[in-house]
Every structure is written in structure tokens, then in C-alpha cells.
Design a protein around this ligand. Sequence first.
Ligand code: AMP
Length: 464
Amino acid sequence: MNFNDFQLNNHLIQAIQQCGYTAPTPIQQQAIPSILAGRDLLGLAQTGTGKTAAFILPTVQRLMAAPGTQVRALVVAPTRELAEQIHAFTQTMIRQTGLRSLAVYGGVSKSAQIAKLRQGVDLVIACPGRLLDLHHDQAIDLSRVEVLILDEADHMFDQGFLPDIRRIVRQLPLKRQNLVFSATMPDAIKHLAENILNNPATVRINPSRPVQGIAHRLIAVAQNQKTNLLMHLLSEESMATTLVFTRTKHKAKQLAQKLVTAGFKATSLQGNLSQNRRQEALAGFKSGTYTVLVATDIAARGIDVTGISHVINFDMPDTAETYIHRTGRTGRAGRLGEALTFATGEDQQLVRVIERSLDTSISRQDAPKLPEVSAPRPHPVAVVKTPAAMHRVPRESKKSSGISRPRRGCAVQTNIFGLPAAAPPNKTKKRMPHDRACVAAPYTAPDSGTTTNQVRSMRATKEE
Ligand code: AMP
């Protein structure tokens, strides 16, 4: 099957070719015909499957058929980054069409968004809060919306957005096309989908399986050695572009600062940053200014950075779903990637829960005996405050472990596998693909699989 089979407008076909997409992904193959036929759709698909194009292409085709100046398509997304990303893709698709799109989210001035809305916008991609805010100010008219798309509905539920979603839906005309995408189907989303969707087509693309092409590894490490281990791995394992996940905003910020001090090109992406700083961090990571992005789960969903070679769970994710979404940031669209998870003794139970939920065991290794932390090789655009900082061994925060610098032979104090501390593992140096261009890689379809039971969150982590 190829994109011509959908009989899309020539402008869209050209835009698709410019992105380098040669064949539709499974979700595109299954969803696009139904959406083009005007049906409601429930898409059970994790990020990385190509779902954005699956809903944007037929929606743009529909809008092109009858141009207007009203908001006729509304995409609601849980995070600003995801809204921006969908908007960027939409802009590429509508470049030659005369249609206009706008991303609407908080953290930036309302007036620019209001001005654009006044000029006329066909397609709005919005986060719920700012959208309601603009509607309250009568700056946006939702009464002409023909297509409603809820992206990452389960994530919106996690974020507590469902009441907002219901408020938004009440502002829309009753007669409209509805598309709901979700990686998982907790009861709340099932009910929401039942309320919103009318005789929907259902497309299920392996909603709860880790993305294929990712090598998964668990590394047993003591809590107080995590930072040293991270620096060791970043220095020794040829990690081209690495996304590191921490549990809290504070830790993401602190860890990124430590990495910068140690000479790594690192930054953080977390909810305490202003929207401009968040965009700057993400753009810098995409462009290669930063090779390490330390993030909270705000970055786990939807964020599409091509060529992430490694995902590191510095802190264990709380659910199997979060594990899948975090690790799915690498191995995107058929590429290879590696996911490493640091696990302390406390994480033992969570590891078992995640493995049971994924129905697979993750390969394990003990942390290597950590040498003195070696600073990375100097880099032409390294983000380093002073030359001396390149070689400084970072101190752990006073609150953390009490161990202020790495000491030989004391790396592994806790082994989550009940084994004595092991000798350093064989290091396999890997060169990962590092292509940042608009994705043109052959798409590898994930296995079809069963929905994993939602694992109960074992720790409170909500923070964004
Ligand atoms: P999404 O699930 O929409 O976030 O898409 C994940 C990645 O797949 C993005 O980098 C897209 O550019 C890429 N992608 C989407 N559709 C295709 C396609 N048909 N062929 C190759 N890559 C694609």
C-alpha cells in the first residue's frame, strides 16, 4: 500500500514525500480510509506509530474540500510540547493548501494567539486550559468545529484534564466527526470514548508493548551511585543522543546542572521552566546543541525527537505504561535504540510488576565498578561554564547520599537481583543512528499484542 491509494490531494502527497514517508504505517493504513469516509474512530496506539499523520492527513483533506475562515478542526493534546509538535507537522502538510493552523497553550502570551484567531484559523491544536481560557474570553468560536481529535486521551486523564475535556465538548456542535487516540484504555477513557464516539471504527496498534528495535537493560545500582553511573555510561558507551528520566522536576534540574558542570552538553525539560525555556531545551536537543536531555515524564509522551539513541530511566518509572512511553522515545519509526533502567533495591517490586505487565523479562547487569568519573571529551560547542569545570568531579547534593564523590570499589551496595556485586560487564560499544532529518526510515511495524493491564501507580509522581 502507498499514500496514493488514499486518493489524497496532490499538495498532501507532495508534503508527505517531502517528509520522506514512502509507505503508510499500520495505523495510517487502517485509520485514514475510515476517517476519510467521515467515520468516528477510536485509535489505540502508542506514540511512535505514526498516529499524528493518521489523523492530520484526512482532516486536512476534509478541510480543503470546503475552505472557510472558522475553526473547523480541533485537536486537543495534553502537553504544550505535543501540541507544538502536532502543529509543526500540520504546518508542513498545509503549506500549499491555503489553510491556517494555530497552536494554543498556556505559558505564553494570549494576545498573539488572539490576534491569529482574529485573522482566521481553520485548525487549532490546543491544550485544554488555554483553550477554555480563550473560549471564556470569547476569543475563540468553537461552534463551527466539524472534527474533534483527542490525542493521548489517557495522558489527559492522568493529568486531570477530563473535566476540561467535557467542558470543551459541550461547546462544540453536536454533529461532528470525533477521533479519540489513546495508548491505553483505563475505565475513564472507555467511558469518555463511549460518550463522545458515535459508532466508531476501532484501530488497535499494539497499545501496550515496548517498541520493537529497542534493547532493554536493567542496571542494579545503589541510589547514591546513580549520578556517577550515568556519567560513566555517558562517557563510555558512545551515547549519541540521550534522554534521561527523573521522577521529579527538582531532580531533573539538579541532575542536568551536575552534568553541565561535568562538561556534558546537557539541559533539562521539566514543568518548572517557562514555556520559552521548555521550547529552547527541546529545540536544542533536537538540533544537537544538547546531547543529553534530563526530563520528567512531561517528555515521555508524544515528543518526537528523531534519532534518540538512548533512554535512561535514572529513576524507575511507576507503571509499565510509563516505562513503555519513556522507552518509546528511542527506536522511533523503525530505528534502533537502547533503554537503560537504573534499579535500586527499593525498585525490586516495581521491576517485577513491570516485567509481569510487559510479559517479558528485562536483561540485567550489575553496575560496573565505577572508576573516577571521566569527563567527556571536549566538544566544540560544549555547554561548560569554565574550562576547569570540564574536569571537575561533581559533588552529590548534601541531601542525597553523603558520598560526595565516586570511590573505587564501592559502586554496588545493593543488588536488586540478590547477587554479589559483579565484575564490570563486557562493554559493547555501539554507534547509534543519529539522523535528525524529517523521518525517512523504513517503518517497522510493531508486533500485534494484547493490552497490558494497567499497573497501579506505586508512587505519587504527578507534577506537571
Ligand atoms: P507519531 O506516532 O505521530 O509521533 O510519529 C512517530 C514518528 O514516525 C515521527 O517521527 C513521524 O515523522 C514518523 N512517521 C510517521 N509516519 C511515517 C511513515 N509513513 N513513514 C515513516 N515515518 C513516519
